[in-house]
Design a protein around this ligand. Sequence first.
Ligand code: GRF
Length: 193
Amino acid sequence: MSPRLPVGVLISGRGSNMSALLEAAAAPDYPACIVLVGTDRPDAAGLAHARDAGVATLALDARALGRTAFEAALDSGLRARGVELICLAGFMRILSADFVERWRGRALNIHPSLLPAYKGLDTHARALADGVAEHGCTVHWVTPELDSGGIVAQARVPVKPGDDPTSLAARVLEQEHALYPRALAHIARALNR
Ligand code: GRF
């Protein structure tokens, strides 16, 4: 059996996608293991769950550190743990082109829309305002341009009559929790080959 790919997950908030990845990686035959959960916000709620799961955490206060020191500490923390692939999971800080270049081909993100539609924030409200029939989520490679890297996988959901941003977000999030572990497994198998 090939070794499991060491992955670092970056969060800024509740971390439900991180939890889905941790749960998937608990299976003995999953091709990746989560060796570090990092955050730019020491108050990120998901950190407690990562600690409870016995995963090492790196809680950095990006606002206090400033961008350069934050990214330097993040980069060395990830390397110190032997991370070979980063999964951004509700990580709300834009990383510099320098940082992204250093991790090019080794950083994934999950975005709550069917990219290339609705890059950026408030994706559910914007999809509803446009009256689209379908919405969803995308796992993609991270590149310096926001939400624009190559698409790895997508999942679709219907937009239902009476939906508001909250109900639509919940339907999409359920798909995110299945999609991200599946996409990571696919990439980990490809990288470990
Ligand atoms: C998810 O909808 C993700 O796609 C977006 O931010 C949300 C994070 O949720 N980037 P969680 O922190 O994983 O619960």
